[in-house]
Design a protein around this ligand. Sequence first.
Ligand code: F6R
Length: 242
Amino acid sequence: MKILFARDYQDMSRKAANILSAQVILNTKSVVGLATGSTPTGVYKQLIEWYEKGDIDFSKIKSVNLDEYCGIKADSDQSYYYYMYENFFKHININLKNTYIPDGMEKDAQLECKRYNNIIKQLGGIDIQLLGIGHNGHIGFNEPNEAFEKETHCVKLDDKTIEANARFFDSKEEVPTHAYTMGIKSIMQAKKILLLASGEGKSKILYDSLFGPITPGVPASILQLHNDLTVVADEGALSEIM
Ligand code: F6R
């Protein structure tokens, strides 16, 4: 595991963008696993800036997102599809046909999970997976549980997650109760993992995840077993570690 210290959110974003752009420059056909939420928005902004300068070409990459809320239409401004389109895809030359996100409107969970697992397999796996971390240690929407869920599944969101994500909705009651998420096996099979954390609020869970026992009670703790994990975290998030 490599832990890179970043001075602040911007420094974290730039360092992470550097790692992702190196991946895309070295392998123009990379399969890039993407995340949503507040943490990676600065990374996407930086990548857009470099794209506009002509430094990166996204035309041949494929992207596969971690998760999507159930019951939210892709064109609603709360969907993760909308987030990805607005914050990244519409600004770069990625082929939208090569971007994959679970379909939150598919009511048949078994069908959707199978479809998404097949997509990941057909892409040949993920070259680099970008991750944020939830306050409860979730990665994707793999919530603390009694066992690690292997592949794409429909998850009941934890109260903590619903509370944390209520900031993107008018009220807590409007946050979907369920989501589709890539499983732990799919994440762990990514060739490289890039975990980001920013702010003091993430410091305890980051410490527990990286140095505590490996347990499904702290889903991110499984990342300790990955042999190419890079953590980029800012001073606040690293305050329990350094
Ligand atoms: C988002 C995702 C989540 C977030 C996590 C942290 O696609 O999979 O695991 O990374 O909830 O969210 P932020 O970055 O908003 O603190």
